[in-house]
Design a protein around this ligand. Structure first.
Ligand code: GCW
Length: 725
């Protein structure tokens, strides 16, 4: 039936009127939903600059036919086409004004000697003359090196940097740069706040989502070279053929991007899926079982990375169940993987109820004596602080304590203790703080970064892991701004000396805008955000006072759980006489685990950085802080400052309306409004709670907190996302 023109017109008017009538409806024409991450490659608005770039990149010449070379071609076709606004010519011979990319194997004018020292992943980008032609050459020893170089080059364009006279040489400072997904096989993500797991295990191996490729691209673009697919609270099923076939499918997708696959394994797998009577690491048959399992995996995935293990921690099985040490457990797995070049990342996040030792000290006590006992292909993976990813912790004393054992850094990218995915907290400053802290293990300048990159003790392997904040949400991380935490993790794993600010600015240019005013506003927000959050959650070294189970929101009142060191009262120790945990020599003496002079500085409330005061000291409410205020007044001031600063963040974000994409603007606005409510809730709940002990008034000039303590205590968050199962 033919519909008359008039009717069609009326219908169109009707549809349009639906949108205009629905006062609250949102309709975004440009659909900038965050999926493209920092790889947007929008056209360069500055026409002069666009022209200047185009002059340098008259054509491209990408040598080689590998999958990686083809990925580079695709990426450049898309990126240059879009940024420079014209189709880029791909040629297969040298021309002037060309972008040339290759390895000594694919291009004979690339001199192998000149790439010495670059290893498998480094690259060079140089403006130079070849056969009398001016070109920009990206060269590396391997295809993956050229891919990394390509992303670096594109980043120069994305950040509107000069590409004249380039002379860049880059190698990663850290070898193993991996994401840890705490993803269960049923797609629930432990401590995940961005939807379900991106791995659709049920549909694998046949159904390959575009997202898998885009995930690999995003990781390659920031130098991440490995991914642990499954939760450290591991399901033994992952090692069965049914799942290994699926793992193989992902590994095949990721390979050309330089992204290796690793698996978390359950230590008792020989019993649970192997039908064995024991999983004792010294049992010959158990050892044989793991050897055969490793062989089976490598048959499918020749470049498989290795295993990550959480053992004898929070109920997970481990060598301790058989009276063996962590080294004996790790070495058994290391021996199974070694013939294939695999590694073991053995976690140091262990604490046990039976041991009558304060929790922050246990990892060190357990692992320090094992230094020198691990195989060469074992790294011990340590969380940045001695407790558990709190908004602020001192560095773990294990960094710098084990010259013979590579200590791998574990950062949390997902924000379990930092407001999930509604709080804007840029973690670059937190990572930088941890990596720059001086352990003094070998005198001044022995930073955590140098321990982790292996340079301090000359370790043969180094690593950094980030617990991923990635999920099935269209924008990957639940909150667009939190994409920056994935980004900064990768960039810092590549080069931990890059500053948090440099990386933030890069990311803003690539993701949000080139407008200087936008970059400045967002950069200021990001750089201040972590300290602001510390202030409204856990100022002055307070820690572990969050809601029970889900860990969302304040819970300083939490007590009487299965074990003391799961409660809040254990950590803040607020009482009539004061507040804070005495970990100084007069208390549990955790400071003794640090090298001098760190130990001495931390030992006294007068010398310790005030940010860590209550982590190490129990002090009277009237203790005079650096500001001249009493401890009580200072604590309250910081809570108030933190909450007020979130309001300021919101005000400052509002100034961006119309200067960045509407949808992005609105998403962050809504999240900031939630963050504001939450910041005030933290402030009010904590101040009211601690006031019961301090019995002192709210300092002059500050309003009384709204609500009553009972109201805050009664708040519940059923089905809060991300809880362990
Ligand atoms: O921070 C705690 C989390 C657990 C997590 C554990 C760990 C995967 O609350 O959910 O378990 O750390 O790091 O093993």
């Amino acid at each position: 039936m033919k519909i008359p023109k008039v009717s069609r017109l009326l219908f169109a008017v009707f549809i349009l009127s639906l949108f205009s009538q629905a006062s609250n409806a949102q309709f975004y024409f440009n659909n900038e939903d965050g999926y493209r991450l920092w790889l947007k490659y929008d056209a360069i608005a500055d026409r002069k600059l666009q022209k200047a770039y185009s002059k340098h990149i008259g054509s491209t010449y990408i040598a080689g036919e590998s999958d990686t070379a083809n990925i580079i071609r695709q990426e450049l076709r898309y990126a240059l086409g879009s940024m420079l606004n014209h189709n880029v010519e791909f040629s297969d011979n040298l021309k002037k004004n060309q972008l040339v990319i290759g390895t000594p194997d694919s291009l004979d004018f690339i001199n192998r000697d000149e790439l010495k020292g670059l290893g498998d992943e480094g690259y060079r980008i140089r403006s130079q003359k070849i056969d009398g032609k001016n070109v920009t050459l990206i060269s590396a020893n391997s295809d993956v090196g050229t891919l990394y170089g390509t992303y670096h080059f594109l980043r120069l364009l994305q950040t509107q940097s000069s590409i004249d006279d380039l002379n860049i040489t880059e190698t990663p400072k850290i070898d193993v740069r991996v994401l840890n997904h705490w993803d269960n096989l049923d797609r629930h993500v432990e401590r995940g706040y961005a939807g379900e797991s991106i791995w659709d295990w049920h549909k694998l191996p046949d159904y390959k989502y575009q997202r898998y490729y885009d995930y690999a691209r995003a990781n390659a673009s920031i130098g991440i070279n490995g991914t642990v697919l499954n939760n450290v609270n591991a399901a033994p099923l992952i090692l069965t053929p049914h799942y290994l076939e699926k793992v193989e499918a992902l590994a095949t997708i990721f390979r050309p991007y330089g992204l290796k696959v690793y698996l978390s394994v359950k230590f008792s797998s020989p019993q649970l899926i192997g039908g064995m009577k024991t999983s004792d690491p010294l049992d010959k048959e158990v050892q044989q079982w793991w050897k055969e399992k490793a062989d089976e995996i490598y048959k499918r995935i020749p470049d498989f990375g290795g295993f990550l293990v959480k053992a004898n921690s929070e109920g997970q099985p481990g060598p301790g169940d058989f009276g063996r040490t962590h080294a004996e457990g790790a070495n058994m797995l290391a021996d199974a993987l070694a013939p294939h070049g695999g590694i073991v990342m053995w976690r140091a996040f262990v604490y046990a109820n039976e041991k009558n030792e304060e929790r922050s000290k246990q990892a060190y006590s357990e692992f320090k004596p094992l230094d020198g006992k691990f195989r060469e292909n074992v790294l011990v993976q340590v969380k940045n602080g001695p407790i558990d990813f709190q908004p602020r912790e001192p560095f773990s004393p294990l960094f710098g304590a084990t010259p013979k054992t590579p200590m791998m850094m574990e950062f949390q990218v997902t924000m379990e203790y930092l407001g999930f995915s509604t709080h804007l907290v840029y973690l670059g400053t937190m990572y930088e703080e941890a990596l720059k802290t001086d352990t003094h293990a070998k005198g001044k300048g022995s930073t955590v970064g140098k321990v982790v990159d292996g340079s301090l003790f000359n370790n043969s392997i180094s690593g950094m892991a980030g617990v991923a904040n990635i999920g099935s949400d269209r924008n990957w991380t639940g909150h667009i701004m939190l994409q920056s935490n994935w980004y900064v993790f990768g960039r810092m794993a590549w080069d931990h000396e890059l500053g948090a600010k440099t990386i933030a600015d890069e990311w803003i240019h690539m993701t949000l805008s080139d407008e200087p005013q936008v970059v400045d506003t967002v950069s200021d927000l990001m750089m201040a955000s972590r300290e602001i959050t510390v202030n409204y959650m856990t100022p002055l070294g307070l820690h572990h006072i969050m809601g029970v189970g889900h860990h969302y929101g304040p819970g300083p009142w939490v007590k009487d759980l299965g074990r003391d060191d799961w409660t809040s009262v254990y950590y803040h120790r607020a009482a009539k006489d004061g507040i804070g945990f005495d970990r100084s020599p007069s208390g549990v003496n955790a400071v003794a685990q640090y090298h001098s002079p760190v130990r001495d500085i931390y030992s006294s409330p007068e010398t310790i950085p005030e940010e860590l005061l209550l982590w190490f000291h129990h002090l009277s409410w009237d203790y005079k802080t650096k500001s001249g205020r009493t401890l009580w007044d200072e604590l309250v001031h910081r809570y108030y400052q933190g909450a007020e600063d979130v309001s300021k963040m919101l005000t400052s974000w509002k100034t961006l309306e119309g200067t960045i994409d509407d949808q992005q603007f609105n998403q962050v606005l809504m999240a900031l409004q939630i963050q504001q409510q939450e910041a005030y809730r933290w402030r009010n709940a904590c101040v009211l709670y601690f006031q019961q002990f301090s019995q002192r008034p709210i300092p002059e000039g500050l309003q009384k907190p709204e609500g009553s303590l009972e109201e805050y205590e009664a708040m519940r968050f059923p089905h809060a996302p991300g809880q362990g199962r």
